[in-house]
Design a protein around this ligand. Sequence first.
Ligand code: C2E
Ligand code: CA
Ligand code: CA
Ligand code: CA
Length: 277
Amino acid sequence: AKHLGGNRICIYSSDLNDYAQDTIALETNLRLAIDRNELEVYYQPQVSLISSKVSGVEALVRWNHPHFGLTSPQVFIPLAEERGLIQAIGHFVLDSALQQLTLWDKDGMVIPKVAINVSALELKPGYVDAIQAALTKYQIRPSRLELEITESVLVSDGVETMQILEHLRGLGITIAVDDFGVGYSSLGQLRRLPIDALKVDKSFIDNIHNDAEDEAIVNAIVTMARALGLRTIAEGAETDQQLSSIEKLECDCVQGYVLGKPMSSTELSKWMNFNPV
Ligand code: C2E
Ligand code: CA
Ligand code: CA
Ligand code: CA
């Protein structure tokens, strides 16, 4: 253990070395992953509690590595951001998801929209053009694309980010605030943001059925969202109890294992056939 001053201690262990080695190997491989077709996009259904129909799907990237196996985006997305690979991954996900929408359309499957996760580093000049090009390529109406951006990005980023988001919304693309409630945005800020929906963070959903405070928080979020004309999506619902609390509080949409896990496009087609919700 090495003292860094104050009471901060940095521990060098062989484990950490292994981890560093793995990280380097992972990074090298990540550069090749796209070309090697190791990335795949999974889709998780979002269901409207008003119509009981699928309102959309969230695209979630997966990396199936021949050595490391299925690597979590929680591990490789931060690495990709650090190493300047996130733009390539983001483009892959966007292209795959829009192409998939056209395939579902051809199959007569009703998937009204697809939501993709956007990293702060992607919100640069040129991003609007890239999105527009992909929509044109697959002839997808902009209103069928939702971009999920975390609350912290929306709150901390400056004028340039806001202008890009406003431009995207001007095209008809919708913006959802991801992980809402944990990013400390003030209510005043929220009113001014160019957004369309709030995704209520899973941490508020976990105990919504048996914790009066969490229930009160979600109730307040939904009430405020409605007053501001924003849709609400409850994230990470795993049980029927949570689901009925979410329904009672009148969230617009719900997403979580209780309805369906993220799945391959083929699995989603089957899920749609067995869940004519
Ligand atoms: P996120 O955007 O908050 O996505 C929700 C995560 O919660 C997903 O994890 C999803 O599989 C998981 N989840 C959904 N329902 C439930 C549930 O009922 N219970 C539990 N325990 N988990 C649930 P995943 O797919 O591992 O993704 C993790 C994170 O990686 C995402 O969090 C997102 O921040 C990031 N990510 C994933 N795909 C992309 C991408 O294409 N681009 C970028 N920039 N980030 C991505
Ligand atoms: Ca998300
Ligand atoms: Ca989220
Ligand atoms: Ca998250």
